[in-house]
Design a binder for this molecule. Structure first.
Ligand code: AMP
Ligand code: MG
Length: 291
């Protein structure tokens, strides 16, 4: 039922949700014919393929060929609903990892990082990807997870609400100046914080992009006006302003970066760039050329 609920929340069709309810058929004495008779061909097909995948043995050795596994998954199913059911099943498993045997827990946490999180990422399921990674970290490294939890202190919802407020005040100020903008925000998830701590050898409290905003506008000139607006709203942090528009990075990346401090001593990282710069940053020079 929990798996069916995940699928329903993602607005999948009735056949997939039925398959979600029935999905652990490999644990019962049920033949494909019986499923077909009771629930129709579609449900039977989804179930059979999904069961092939979720019963595949995945150990450390096979996981090292995770790219090959991902390709095989796609080759096995001509119906994307199978992948979505499989992902929902794995998400439910990692959410309830404590109910598994020790050995299974380990294998699952590893497979989540190697296979399931990257797969969710490729399918554009960012929220699920983040949850996969955070749940896996919570299991594999509970100490670090707890540390990050203490630094971050707010829930994901509180952080999002906080960002929302900042976003709204920028929209208002930009409108007053007659600049039309699009603003995106994100609260860095725990696994990403953990990776950055490791890579940079820093404490979570030394990272300034835990809460971050990105402002997209039409021209470079607007970018500079916007950075002025932002610095008028909050105090900029010393030494954190970077002008990658005048001095692009080696890979052609362009943007203005700044970090600001709110009266509540929270820091926000803010990136300001044009839509064009954004397209290059996200999709590479090829996308730029095609445009
Ligand atoms: P990260 O949290 O750095 O692991 O990145 C996760 C996602 O957040 C990526 O899609 C980034 O493009 C996005 N992101 C990074 N910095 C910012 C920012 N300043 N504003 C909005 N989104 C960002
Ligand atoms: Mg960052």
């Amino acid at each position: 039922m929990r798996v069916a609920y995940i699928l329903a929340a993602n607005r999948l069709d009735a056949d997939t949700i039925v398959a979600g309810i029935l999905h652990p058929i490999h644990k019962f004495e049920v033949s494909p014919e019986m499923i077909k008779q009771e629930f129709g061909e579609n449900v039977a097909k989804i179930l059979i393929t999904t069961n092939k995948i979720i019963t595949l043995p995945m150990n450390s050795k096979t996981l090292h060929e995770s790219d090959a596994i991902r390709k095989m998954l796609f080759a096995m199913c001509d119906d994307p609903r199978v992948i979505l059911l499989t992902l929902s099943d794995r998400l439910d498993r990692i959410r309830n990892i404590s109910s598994l045997e020790k050995e299974q827990q380990h294998a699952l946490a590893e497979a989540v990082i190697e296979i399931w999180a990257p797969l969710a990422d490729r399918l554009g399921m960012q929220k699920e990807k983040n949850e996969f990674e955070d749940m896996s970290l919570k299991y594999t490294n509970p100490k670090v997870y707890k540390q990050i939890e203490e630094i971050v202190s707010q829930s994901q919802e509180e952080r999002a609400a906080y960002l929302e407020k900042a976003v709204n005040s920028i929209y208002k100020s930009a409108e007053k100046m007659g600049i039309s903008v699009t603003i995106k925000s994100r609260a860095k998830h725990f696994y990403s914080i953990y990776q950055k701590m490791r890579k940079r050898n820093k404490e979570a409290s030394e990272l300034y992009d835990l809460l971050a905003l990105r402002i997209l506008c039409n021209t470079s000139a607007e970018c500079y006006t916007l950075v002025g607006i932002v610095h008028g709203l909050w105090k900029p942090m010393d030494g954190r302003f970077k002008d990658y528009i005048a001095m692009p990075k080696a890979n052609n990346y362009q943007s203005l970066h700044t970090t600001v401090v709110t009266p509540f001593n929270e820091t926000f990282e803010i990136q300001i760039r044009t839509y064009e710069m954004h397209r290059i940053a996200e999709y590479g020079v090829a996308a730029h050329w095609k445009y």
